[in-house]
Write a protein that binds this ligand. Structure first.
Ligand code: MSP
Length: 652
C-alpha cells in the first residue's frame, strides 16, 4: 500500500446497445465502482472506464426491426445506460462508445500495426456464425449440426473473404502467461478452464466481415472498402482506445489495467483473444481478468419472455441503492452464480444492515448522549480496551488484500467481524452498569471504543455504501477520505475528540417485499414498484397518512403486571418477563430492555403491552406480546399507567 503514485485502471465490459440494463450489467458496474472508489480512497491515481458496444450485425438487426438507423438506436440505448450509471452515482472517469471517432481511429491504427507485424492476413472464411453471440463456430461445435453451442440459437453459414488474425501463433505465449501469472484470471478455477481450452489448440481468428456494413472500416492504407471489422476486435480495443491508444496516447500511463471485470460468458474473448491482440501490439497484459457468475431470479433464469428480468433501478428505488450494492456483493462469492430474491435482500437489510450496523450506531449515539453529552474522546480506549483494539487491527491488516483478489463477500464478512467485536463489547462491559457504579471513565472509554470501530468500519465500507456511510461518518463527526483512511486504517490511530450527532435510522426494518413478484407468463404485466408504506393495512391509511379509528381499534393494548423477570443468557438486550394481563395464565414476553432496566427492578411494576400480536420466537423462546416504551437519546423509558390499575385493563 506504500506506493501512492500507483496507477490503477479498472474496466467493465462495454454493454451491447440492443437491450436495456438489467441486474447483471448493474452487478459488473457496481463491483467496478467499488474497486475504483476503494483505489481512490487508498490514494491511488485511478481511472475507471465503462461504456457501450454499438457495432455489429446484432445491433444492426435490432435497429432495423424498430425502424431506426443503427446510430439512432445506439444513441438512445447508450444514453439510457449512461443515465442509469449517473443515477447510480457510478464514478466512471470515461464512458466510451465504440461509435466515438477517437475509438475508430485508435482501432484502425491497431489493425494497421498488427497487419504490418504480419499477424493479419487475407483469406476466405467458411463456417457458421451466431449473430446473437457475434461468434464464429466450426461445424463440429454446433448443436444438432445447426445450433450455437453458447446460446442454442440457429447459426448461419458464412462463406466470405475475410482477414484473419494469427491467433494460432500465440498459443504458447498465452499458455506461458497463464502459467507464470497464477492470478491473471480470477477466480483461479476459471484459469484452468482457459488453459484446457487453449491446450486443445487455437485456430486463426476471422476479424473482418463483408456481408454487412455497421462496423468500423479497415484502415485506409489497406485499400479494402468492402470489409468492416469483427465486432469483438473493435470492442476489445476499447480498453486502450479509451486511454488514447493510436490517437494521442494521453492516458496510456494507466495501462496495463489492474482489474478487467467480465461475466463468465465473455471470459474466453477476454482471456484468449484480448491478450493475444495485446501481445501483437507489444503492449503489457492486464494484471487480472476477473470473471463473475450469472444472476438468476428466484432460482429461475431471467428472460424477457418470462417477464422476470430484475430491473436494477426498481430494486434500488424500492430498497435503497446502498442496500442493493451491499446485497449484491455480500450475497455471492465472486465467480459463482447468484440468485436474486426479495426475501434474501430483505433478510440482509434487516439483520446485517439494520441490526448489526444501524442499531449499533443508534445505541452508541444514545449512550454518548446520556453519558457524556455526545462528546467522545479516545483518550482512555487503549487503557481499558487494548485487547479489542488489537483484535480489530488484526482483522483490518488482513482485509485489504481481499479487495483486489476479488473476494468481496469475504471482505464484507470481515468488516462484520469488527461490528461483532463492537456489539459484543457493549454486552460484555455493560457501560450502563459502570455509570451506576460511578465509573464514568470506563463507560466513556467503551463508547469511544465502539465509535472508533464504527469509524474504521465506515472507512472500509465507504466504497461499497458511499451514501449511507457518509451519513454514519458525519454522525460520528469525521469525513471518509484518504487522510482518514491513512490515519484510522494504515496508521491504526484513533479518532480525535469528536461530537456525535443524532441521525435517522439508516436501515428501517422491512416487513414485506416492496416490489410485486413477477408472474412468469409472457402476457403478465411488468412488476410495479409499490410505495413503501403500502402494507397489509393500506386500505386503512389515507393519502395524508392518517388512520381511521377502526385501524387503531385493531390493536389491543392492555395493562399488565410483571410477576417474574429474568435475564436471557447470552443476550445483551433481552429480559424474559412473565406478566399478568388478567388472563387465566400469565404471558411470557421477551423485551429488549436489558441495558436500561435490571430484571429485579421490574418485578411488581406495571407496564403496557400490545396484547394481540402474533407470538414470535426470539432466541428460541416464545414471546406473547410487546411492551410499550419510548426511547430517545437519553435512553429508554417504559410506558406505565399513572396509578395502579387492574391487570388486563384495556387501554383506549
Ligand atoms: N458487448 C459485449 C462485451 C464486450 S466487452 C469488450 C457484451 N455485452 S452484454 O451487454 O451482452 O453483456 C455485458 C455483461 O453483462 C457481460 O459481462 C455478461 O456476463 C453480463 N451479464 C449478462 N447477463 C447476466 C446475468 N444474468 N447475470 C450476470 N451478468 C450477466 O457481452
Amino acid at each position: 500500500m506504500s506506493d501512492k503514485c500507483k496507477k490503477i485502471y479498472i474496466t467493465t465490459p462495454i454493454y451491447y446497445v440492443n437491450d436495456v440494463a438489467h441486474i447483471g450489467h448493474a452487478y459488473t458496474t457496481i463491483i467496478a465502482d467499488v474497486l475504483a472508489r476503494y483505489s481512490r480512497l487508498v490514494g491511488y491515481d485511478t481511472f475507471f472506464l465503462t461504456g457501450t458496444d454499438e457495432h455489429g450485425q446484432k445491433i444492426e438487426q435490432s435497429a432495423t426491426a424498430r425502424g431506426k438507423t443503427p446510430k439512432e438506436y445506439a444513441d438512445t440505448i447508450s444514453g439510457e445506460f449512461r443515465k442509469l450509471w449517473d443515477d447510480f452515482d457510478i464514478t466512471y472517469d470515461k464512458f466510451i462508445r465504440t461509435t466515438d471517432e477517437e475509438h475508430k481511429v485508435g482501432v484502425q491504427n491497431a489493425f494497421e500495426k498488427m497487419y504490418k507485424k504480419g499477424d493479419i492476413y487475407k483469406g476466405e472464411y467458411e463456417g457458421y456464425y451466431c449473430v446473437s453471440c457475434e461468434t464464429f463456430f466450426m461445424e463440429k461445435q454446433l448443436i444438432d449440426g445447426e445450433g450455437c453451442p453458447d446460446c442454442g440459437r440457429p447459426t448461419q453459414i458464412v462463406k466470405e473473404e475475410s482477414y484473419f488474425f494469427r491467433l494460432s501463433q500465440y498459443e504458447t505465449k498465452l499458455l506461458d502467461w497463464y502459467k507464470n501469472n497464477p492470478e491473471c484470471i480470477l477466480p483461479k478455477s476459471k484459469r484452468n478452464e482457459i488453459i484446457n481450452f487453449v491446450e486443445g489448440g487455437l485456430k486463426d481468428l476471422s476479424i473482418s466481415r463483408t456481408s454487412f456494413d455497421w462496423g468500423i472500416k479497415l484502415p485506409a492504407s489497406m485499400n479494402d472498402d468492402k470489409h468492416v471489422m469483427y465486432v469483438w476486435l473493435d470492442a476489445l480495443m476499447n480498453y486502450i482506445t479509451a486511454l488514447g491508444y493510436g490517437n494521442g496516447e494521453e492516458n496510456m500511463q494507466y495501462w496495463p489495467a489492474k482489474v478487467q471485470l467480465v461475466g463468465k460468458d465473455i471470459l474466453r474473448f477476454h482471456a484468449i483473444y484480448w491478450p493475444a491482440f495485446l501481445m501483437s501490439l507489444d503492449l503489457p497484459l492486464p494484471h487480472h481478468i476477473a470473471a463473475h457468475g450469472w444472476w438468476t431470479r428466484d432460482g429461475q433464469k431471467m428472460s424477457k419472455s418470462k417477464g422476470n428480468v430484475v430491473n436494477p433501478k426498481e430494486v434500488a428505488d424500492a430498497y435503497g441503492l446502498d442496500a442493493f450494492r451491499y446485497f449484491m456483493l455480500r450475497e455471492v462469492p465472486f465467480g459463482q452464480d447468484g440468485d436474486f430474491s426479495q426475501k434474501a435482500l430483505i433478510d440482509r437489510i434487516n439483520s446485517e444492515l439494520g441490526n448489526d450496523l444501524g442499531n449499533l450506531l443508534n445505541r452508541i449515539i444514545g449512550m454518548s448522549g446520556k453519558y457524556s453529552d455526545f462528546k467522545v474522546s479516545s483518550k482512555d480506549v487503549a487503557t481499558y480496551h487494548q485487547k479489542e483494539l488489537d483484535q480489530a487491527h488484526e482483522i483490518i491488516e488482513n482485509i485489504e488484500k481481499l479487495i483486489y483478489d476479488m473476494q468481496l463477500n469475504r471482505y464484507l464478512e470481515e468488516l462484520w467481524k469488527l461490528l461483532f467485536i463492537a456489539n459484543k463489547s457493549i454486552g460484555d462491559y455493560e457501560p450502563w452498569a459502570k455509570i451506576k457504579e460511578g465509573k464514568t471513565d470506563e463507560a466513556n472509554a467503551l463508547v469511544a471504543l465502539v465509535v472508533n470501530i464504527l469509524a474504521k468500519v465506515s472507512v472500509l465500507l465507504y466504497p461499497v455504501m458511499p451514501e449511507r456511510v457518509g451519513k454514519i461518518s458525519s454522525s460520528l463527526g469525521f469525513e471518509v477520505n484518504t487522510d482518514s483512511y491513512n490515519k484510522l486504517i494504515v496508521n491504526k490511530e484513533l479518532m480525535d475528540d469528536t461530537t456525535i450527532s443524532k441521525i435517522e435510522p439508516l436501515f428501517p426494518r422491512i416487513e414485506e417485499p416492496l416490489l410485486a413478484t413477477p408472474a412468469m407468463e409472457e402476457s403478465s404485466p411488468k412488476p410495479q414498484v409499490q410505495p413503501k408504506q403500502e402494507e397489509s393495512n393500506q386500505s386503512q391509511i389515507s393519502e395524508d397518512g392518517l388512520i381511521g379509528i377502526e385501524a387503531f381499534m385493531n390493536v389491543t393494548l392492555k395493562v399488565a403486571t410483571v410477576v417474574e423477570a429474568d435475564e436471557v443468557p447470552k443476550s445483551s438486550k433481552l429480559l424474559k418477563l412473565q406478566v399478568d394481563c388478567g388472563e387465566a395464565q400469565n404471558r411470557q414476553i421477551l423485551a429488549g430492555i436489558k441495558e436500561y432496566y435490571s430484571a429485579s427492578e421490574l418485578v411488581g411494576t406495571q407496564v403496557c403491552i400490545v396484547a394481540n400480536l402474533k407470538p414470535a420466537k426470539l432466541m428460541g423462546m416464545v414471546s406473547q406480546g410487546m411492551i410499550l416504551a419510548a426511547k430517545d437519546e437519553n435512553g429508554l423509558s417504559l410506558i406505565r399507567p399513572e396509578k395502579s390499575t387492574k391487570s388486563g385493563t384495556q387501554i383506549k
